[in-house]
Structures are given as C-alpha cells and as structure tokens.
Design a protein. Sequence first.
Length: 410
Amino acid sequence: MTDGTRLSLHVPEPAVRPGGQPDFSNVKIPKAGSVARPAVDASPESMRDLAYSIIRVLNQQGEAVGPWAGSLTDEELLAGLRDMMRLRAFDARMVMAQRQGKTSFYMQHLGEEAVSTAFRKALNAGDMNFPTYRQAGLLIADGYPMVEMMNQIYSNENDPIRGRQLPVMYSSKAHGFFTISGNLATQYVQAVGWAMASAIKGDSKIAAAWIGDGSTAESDFHSALVFASTYKAPVILNIVNNQWAISTFQGIARGGSGTFAARGLGFGIPALRVDGNDYPAVHAVAKWAAERARKNLGPTLVEYVTYRAGAHSTSDDPSAYRPKAESEAWPLGDPILRLRNHLILRGAWSDDRHKQAEAEIMDEVITAQKEAESHGTLHAGAGPSVRDIFEGVYAEMPPHLRRQRQKAGY
C-alpha cells in the first residue's frame, strides 16, 4: 500500500541567477582567530567541527590573530605578496595575448592567488603536487621561470613540453609539479599512489592532490579517499572551492548540504576548511597538514573557501550563469589587498612601495613575454623530427634491462 505521493527529482539551483542581486548569506564566516588549532597528532574524531567552520587569520582591520597566526615572518609575507602580484600580472598579460590571437587558450587565477602560492611555501624540495589547471602559483612561488611557462603557452620552439600538452598544463619534476591531467579528478588517485610509493620506499617526500569543487563529483575523488585513508598515505588532499565549476554552481557537486571538507569525515580523515583568500591562514593550514603527513599520521583533507573572480577560461562568459557584480560582493575580499593591508599595518609595506612593486613586476612579466614571443613557432614550416616524436615519451631503459638485452644479443 502507498499513500499515492508522487516522487520528484531534486535538482540543486543557485540562489541567484544573472540579473539578480548577489547573495552569499549561506557562507557562514566565523571571526578571524576564533577557530582552534589542534595538535598535529590529534585524532580526526576530536576535530570534526573544523570541517564545518573556516580557519581565518586576518581580521577586517588587517591584523593577524588567533592560534593559526605567526607562521611567517615579514620577509616571508612580503615574498608571498610579490608571488601573488606576479601571478596576477602574468594572468593579465596572457589573457591579453589570447585576445590578440597569440595563443589559443588560457585560464586565469584571479581571486585565487593565495591558495597555491602560500601552499607551495609549506612544502619541501622533492615533494610532488598533482595539480589542476589553476595552480600555476605553485610554480611561480617556487621560482619556475615565467618565460618557460610562456613558451608552452605560445607553443613556440622553446616549449618545454614540445607541444604534447595544452598551453596551461605545465610540468616540472624539478619544481614538484606533476603534469596536469586533462581528465579531471584523475590527478587525485595519482597523488595518493605517488604518496603510497614514497612510503613504501621509506622516503621522506609527501604528495599534494588538487581538485576543484565541481570535480569532487567524479568517482576518482572518492577512490582516492578510500586508498588514502586505508593506507594512511602521506598526502594532502586539497579541494579548491571557488563556488563555480565550468558553468554550474557548487551545489551540483555538493548536493546542497554539508561542506566539501565534511566528505573526509566518513573516511576518518582530518578535514579542515580555510579562508582561501587569507595568505597566512592558507600557509598555516598547509604547514600543519604537511607536518602531519611527514610524521606518518596519514592524509589531511583541506577545503579552500575562495571565489573565481574571472571566467573559467578564455572560452567562457560567466555573465551567462551568474550576476555580473557577484565577484565584488564576495565577502572574503581580495587576497592581494588583504595581505597588502596587513603588511602596511605592521609597518613593513606602504601604498607607494606597493605601486612601485606593481610596476616592477609588470615590467618583469612583459620582459619575459617579449623573450617568449621572440622564439619561432614549433617546427614552423616542417613536421616534427623523429627525435621530437620519441624523446621524452619512453622512460630510459634501466641498467639491468640494458645488460640483459646486450647479453641476449639484441
């Protein structure tokens, strides 16, 4: 017997459509400094509340407050500010280059600069990131040459990937940046596997997985959590919640309830949410998670609450699916301005020095751009050589296999 109730399908919808007033009332923002900092070896059960709050360090006055503050010196904060400014200037020039027809495609990081630049400073040489396409700050913060990035974007004769990847899908083993996977979410299981291999070898290196809020709906995300939790892999599982996937709001992947961080709780993984526009908060949380991994205490899942201020890519028009003024209404502000204001308050920076730094950094970016644009197109007027086709595709034969081959006479 049934009561005759008809079933209906629930499809999450954003609170506001294009043309409406931006509304972030659903983003519950605690006071800066109010979230506790657990001991690195604390049990996941004792910190379940961190999956529902937001760790913040910088308050509205620009002060660094609370138990997560103080992980960086003024000099380190100034270096972080320059990293974010450099990434923003790089973005501006590459978007312009795409509009001028100099490259086919680009994806900018506007509003998310603190997430990757601050995180990188918490890692050691040899640690490996498995990124998505919006973590170029990992490279910039580690000193990877911007001209090399541009060579790949332009697909010129000095492209370090030799045309084997899309323009923004960088790769550098030396800088701990695993080549980006075009199939979203596959990098999550790759990171866990790499971390497990590091542990099996008795190494000291850890891995970091990166994923966007939309891609958490992929099965690879959940598979990675199973293996990370079961084998206590030394990996940091990062979720960049910038509110929007390609053209759908976060509720499609999140299901309209809970938080992305809370997904780690069911696997017994410590789960934290952090203000992704708060540079010192991001660094402090990353440092905490990295220390936990290095002490064989297993994985940590971190959700960065931020906002994609720009388009998803140069092929996207965000005004088609969200209010035009929404980025200005984002309550957590601009990461560069927030850190600038903090440093000015500390007496370590000033408006004049900031303007001077902007000019110096833009000049640095333009100089790199001119060098990249001076190189010719990859294999202009001719097909690729046999060397280019096979170089870097196959791993070098290990010595013991080479000896076996020689012994066998072939």
